[in-house]
Design a protein around this ligand. Structure first.
Ligand SMILES: N[C@@H](CCC(=O)N[C@@H](CS)C(=O)NCC(=O)O)C(=O)O
Length: 238
């Protein structure tokens, strides 16, 4: 059976990492048997990031590579029916969400002083003393450095909010007519985009990215539709 290693629940989210939720959606969609294994330390994975899978001894890290593996395993169950144009559109919006918007979601959690205590309690509280006091400070320093190197971290907060708003506006226009990113049919690209948005919309408390996402009701509606269609919900059951 496939083992899917993901970030443990936090911030009111059941599957906290967007990339792990994306894989969970794909596995459910393909009706593959799998076990979800929350793990606190991304360094256990071969690329020191989560998620990764262990499919009967074949270990694969990175959500897109995992999806490629699942596609091959199911004879094109994820990408097989897509036209070249649909594929191009899907890849472009995936990169917008996962390689641009994602970093602002990370910053809105890790680098916002008001949100920071939730990162500490959500990710580090269960660690032994004194690690639980040192590890968050070092991790936050790494996130700040990475955000700066990515480029978004060089902008003022107001400028970052502008980038975020333009990303969400593009997604809202694309999914507005819906029901899904590419129109009538649910596709593999909905998994990554909706998983990312779901975390940003549903995490507790709201962050500055959440506040901007709420300016675009089609985005929240779309995110909900994909969660219902796949059966993978981001929120912890209450
Ligand atoms: N491109 C990767 C991104 C995975 C990723 O960034 N995972 C984050 C959590 S959301 C992580 O493990 N970060 C730990 C770190 O960077 O040390 C994928 O699609 O799987």
């Amino acid at each position: 059976m496939i083992k899917l290693y993901v970030i443990p629940p936090a911030f009111g989210l059941r599957n906290t990492g967007p990339f792990g939720l994306k894989c969970e959606m794909a596995l459910l969609h393909l009706k593959q048997e799998f076990e979800l294994i929350p793990t606190g330390d991304p360094r256990t994975g071969p690329k020191h990031k989560l998620p990764y899978i262990d499919d009967d001894g074949t270990v694969i890290a990175d959500s897109e590579l995992i999806l490629q593996h699942l596609d091959a395993k199911t004879n094109g169950g994820l990408y097989g029916h897509l036209s070249d144009e649909e594929h191009a559109d899907g890849i472009a919006f995936t990169r917008l969400a996962e390689e641009h918007l994602y970093w602002m979601m990370v910053a809105s959690r890790w680098l916002d002083d008001a949100w920071w205590p939730h990162i500490v309690s959500g990710f580090f509280a269960s660690m032994p003393f004194p690690v639980r006091h040192i590890a968050p400070v070092l991790a936050r320093r790494e996130v700040r450095k990475t955000y700066y190197l990515q480029g978004l971290g060089r902008h003022t907060l107001e400028e970052q909010k502008g980038f975020c708003r333009r990303d969400l506006d593009a997604i809202a226009r694309k999914v507005g007519d819906g029901p899904f990113l590419l129109g009538e049919k649910l596709t593999v690209f909905d998994f990554g985009i909706a998983a990312l948005l779901a975390g940003a919309i549903d995490h507790q408390p709201a962050s500055w990215v959440t506040d901007i996402a709420r300016e675009f009701p089609p985005v929240a509606d779309y995110t909900e539709r994909v969660q219902v269609a796949t059966g993978a919900h981001c929120r912890e059951a209450v």
